[in-house]
Design a protein around this ligand. Structure first.
Ligand code: 5CA
Length: 446
């Protein structure tokens, strides 16, 4: 993309409505625009990152054997009356009437609808295990929408639902989700710690939240800081192997890590003092096992291998897709702007032309731009007639992890400069070497 033709409405001033850094940087970098309290338009660059995050979520769900579908945002109230949640959900639910006075709602989550789909089409244990998921907009009429996309009213969520013949099988689905989430967050450059949590209006006894540590997080968290050093890395896990999946979950959940709702002062005190930490965290996902809470009242029943009709065991599993943009920025920025991890960056590299209009510089930039496209890397080429300082400031603000700087002086020696946004370190090399280096850097992320 050539910046002169792109739509990147960056702001020079700090927007006064933004209380936390991610909200401020998303507004300044021209990623979102608020349309009403907690409701945002996603401008091109914000939309690009959102899609990138969605893509990673999809890939890791499919890898775990989960199947994508798409349910609508609007749901009928009658469906929610069957589970008893229509009245229980309270003022967070946006209730709407259509022209025939039929009661509808903008879905805050989809347990009822997926259970309805299941009961209409599945009747035998032979069709299990089954996990269906979608990535769809939700609406929750939060009392205090704030912090930009972090606590919105309309937000994008991945929500998945497992259907299993018994509790053991459902707990394997729970564990599979835990491992797939760990991998998902790691690919986004995040450390998200699974913490024992409270199940709230979704219900059930087993639930973990995934927390990214950040001072601006809304949850208070208590943990043994040795959990922050655990990683999956490139370890292969066979998602069908119950023991192997359970072993990974055990590794990640044995050390103490809890949110304020389930915090146990006694257990916390037992952690060696140098590892005992109280901090704040952003909840980027939550998994639940709730057994037959929805399947029983809604009649989602299968015939098991003994010929008995049994309600299916279910769980639901959510990732805050739009919230993740805020969480990633909270975890990865400096005083100049965003620093995108390679896994989610909107463009792989920025190209800064130090002397627009200079024949050699223009030609070298064009050639680089094409060479990068040729190897499947997308560059944002700043081809505007602007001062070098202004171009650098924009690149630093929008946070592309790599920048190639092209100018007449370097070109005279046959070199350009490759700069890391994270470290600020620059290295001179030929344009070909810069392309080759970027191919190498992005290889694990493609
Ligand atoms: N049905 C279950 C799992 S699919 C569910 O709704 N879980 S949830 O309530 O925990 O939401 C899942 C994730 O969505 C949360 O972990 C959080 O990351 C995100 N989320 C929840 N509320 C908001 C909000 N108001 N704004 C942005 N993201 C949100």
């Amino acid at each position: 993309m050539r910046l002169s033709r792109y739509f990147l409405p960056v702001l020079k001033e700090n927007p006064s409505e933004a209380q936390i850094v991610s909200h401020r940087l998303m507004l300044r970098a021209g990623m979102i625009k608020q349309q009403a309290a907690g409701i945002y338009s996603w401008l091109p660059m914000g939309f690009k990152v959102l899609k990138r995050i969605e893509q990673i979520v999809h890939e890791e769900q499919v890898r775990a054997g989960h199947i994508p579908l798409l349910m609508p945002t609007l749901q009928s109230a009658d469906l929610w009356r069957e589970s008893g949640r229509y009245d229980a959900y309270g003022p967070e639910m946006l209730r709407i009437k259509d022209r025939h006075d039929r009661e509808m709602l903008y879905g805050p989550t989809n347990e009822e609808m997926i259970t309805d789909i299941f009961r209409s089409h599945v009747g035998s244990y032979k069709d299990l295990p089954l996990t269906l998921y979608h990535i769809q907009w939700k609406f929750r009429d939060e009392v205090r929408p704030r912090f930009g996309v972090m606590r919105g009213r309309e937000f994008l969520m991945k929500d998945g639902y497992n259907f299993d013949v018994d509790k053991d099988a459902a707990l394997h689905a729970y564990n599979r989700h835990m491992v797939s989430y760990l991998r998902t967050y790691e690919r986004m450059g995040l450390t998200a710690i699974p913490m024992r949590a409270d199940s709230g209006p979704i219900g059930g006894d087993d639930t973990h939240e995934f927390l990214v540590l950040a001072q601006t997080g809304e949850s208070e968290v208590f943990f043994d800081d040795r959990v922050t050093t655990l990683t999956l890395g490139d370890r292969a896990v066979d998602y069908d192997d119950r023991e192997a999946v359970a072993a990974v979950c055990e590794e990640f959940t044995t050390l103490y890590a809890r949110t304020d709702e389930t915090h146990d002062a006694g257990l916390f005190e037992a952690i060696p003092e140098e590892h005992r930490k109280v901090a704040r965290g952003i909840e980027v996902g939550q998994i639940f096992y709730f057994g037959t809470k929805y399947s029983e009242p809604m009649g989602a029943v299968v015939v098991n291998d003994k010929g008995e009709r049994v309600p299916v065991h279910m769980g639901s599993h959510g990732i805050g897709v739009s919230r993740l943009l805020g969480a990633i920025i909270e975890a990865s920025h400096d005083d100049k702007g965003i620093i995108w991890p390679e896994g989610v960056t909107p463009f792989h590299a920025g190209i800064v032309n130090l002397k627009q209009g200079d024949e050699a510089a223009d030609a070298a930039c064009e050639a680089l731009y094409k060479a990068l496209a040729g190897v499947g890397l997308e560059a944002l080429y700043d081809d505007r007639n602007d001062r070098a300082g202004a171009k650098f400031a924009t690149m630093d603000l929008i946070g592309l992890p790599w920048r190639i700087t092209v100018g007449p002086r370097g070109l005279a020696k046959g070199v350009v400069e490759l700069t890391s946004r994270r470290t600020g370190e620059s290295e001179e090399m030929t344009p070909e070497a810069a392309v080759a280096r970027l191919v190498e850097i992005y290889a694990p992320h493609r």
